[in-house]
Ligand binder design. Structure first.
Ligand code: OSB
Ligand code: MG
Length: 368
């Protein structure tokens, strides 16, 4: 594949409902999209970073810089026999995995189209229908949260994840378990605690959570291992896993029993598959996380979720939970059984709606 042209653009998409985590509240998403043209085909990728450097160091501004000055010029330099060749070339750029992933994943989209195959097949996936969970942010009151949980369960979602932080945890989980004693429930702290909170975190054990996600530091492995030793609830790592090597080390020292794989955080499909393989070889279940993606990133997440190690429901849910109108056709929908049917068309299997994308674009730059 010879890349002829790359376009990067920023779009603004207001969320249907604000999304609040332990590090803050988001109401409007700023998303950098990458559009790659090669061999007469067009592929799309999405930078999944937050608006501010609170989940990770990446922001739309850092992604723009890394794409414009490194990732895009380097990708224009040579021919690629396969999308899997590009990740090693980006390796000298330290970090900035979400910026790299957007370009690499767009090339995977193109390669799949070139081969007339759905992307999930090219990746080696096999699931035809993926199990879905939802991630529900911190609400203004526990009553509102309980109502939201009821609505998502009624829609069919197979597991509920709630966001927690100090002051919005034990009482919230208590009330949820009182109303929904048997649902598949988990909690995500986004690094809001430290090991000094051990006695507090041990209280979570009485709620029979499927897992607690990233309770401690965003770059920590050691204290997670210490915590897991003292906790019956399985720990799932999100923020602290950036590569297959991170996954191997985390598993080896007992820092977690489950891993949340995010395409952006680990730097694209090549790395995500390696994380998957490391976990699968050690019988550690994985699931696909979300970053409030538009339809483009969501379509990539769906393809990733078809790999055999993705045995737990992911944070991959319907477009309408996020947007009044998504930027792909058709939108992502979820069945009453809480599954997404994997599209069988070539590439992403969804079509980017360019007209709609243009309407929400605030800046754009092209490179040949
Ligand atoms: O920690 O998984 C997270 C959203 C933004 C940043 C971090 C996280 C999340 C989510 C939302 O939990 C998942 C989604 O519905 O896309
Ligand atoms: Mg998380």
């Amino acid at each position: 594949m010879k890349i002829r042209r790359v376009e990067i653009r920023e779009i603004r998409l207001p969320l249907v409902h604000f999304f609040e985590t332990s590090f803050g509240r988001t109401t409007v998403r700023r998303i950098v999209l990458v559009r790659v043209e090669a061999d007469g085909l067009t592929g799309w990728g999405e930078v999944s970073c937050g608006e501010e450097p609170f989940y990770s160091h990446e922001t739309p501004e850092t992604a723009w810089h890394i794409l414009r000055d490194y990732v895009v010029p380097w990708s224009l330099k040579r021919e690629w026999a396969s999308a899997s060749e590009i990740a090693p070339v980006f390796r000298p750029i330290r970090g900035h995995n979400m910026a790299k992933a957007a370009l690499e994943n767009a090339l995977w989209d193109i390669e799949a189209q070139m081969k007339g195959a759905p992307l999930f097949r090219l990746l080696g996936g096999s699931l035809q229908e993926i199990p879905c969970g939802v991630s529900i942010g911190i609400q203004n009151s526990i009553e509102e949260l309980l109502d939201k949980i009821q609505r998502e369960l009624d829609a069919g979602y197979q597991r509920i994840k709630v966001k927690i932080k100090p002051g919005w945890d034990v009482e919230v989980l208590e009330r949820i378990r009182h109303k929904f004693p048997r649902i598949a429930l988990m909690a995500d702290a986004n690094s809001a605690y430290t090991l000094a909170d051990l006695p507090h975190l041990q209280q979570f054990d009485r709620f029979f959570l499927m897992m607690v996600e990233q309770p401690l530091g965003w770059e920590d492995l050691l204290d997670h291992a210490k915590l897991q030793h003292e906790l019956a609830t399985p720990i799932c790592l999100d923020e602290s896993i950036h590569s297959a090597e991170d996954a191997r080390k985390a598993i080896e020292i007992g820092a977690c029993k489950i891993i949340n794989v995010k395409l952006g955080r680990v730097g694209g499909f090549t790395s995500a598959r390696q994380v998957h393989d490391v976990c699968r070889a050690r019988n550690v279940p994985v699931w696909c996380g979300g970053m409030l993606e538009s339809g483009i990133g969501r379509a990539h997440n769906i393809a990733l979720s078809t790999l055999p190690g993705f045995t737990l429901p992911g944070d991959v849910s319907a477009s309408q939970r996020y947007w009044t109108q998504d930027i792909i056709d058709p939108e992502v929908t979820v069945s009453p059984q809480g599954t997404i049917r994997v599209p069988q068309g070539p590439g992403l299997g969804y079509v980017a709606n360019l007209e709609r994308i243009e309407k929400v674009t605030v800046r754009k730059e092209a490179f040949e």
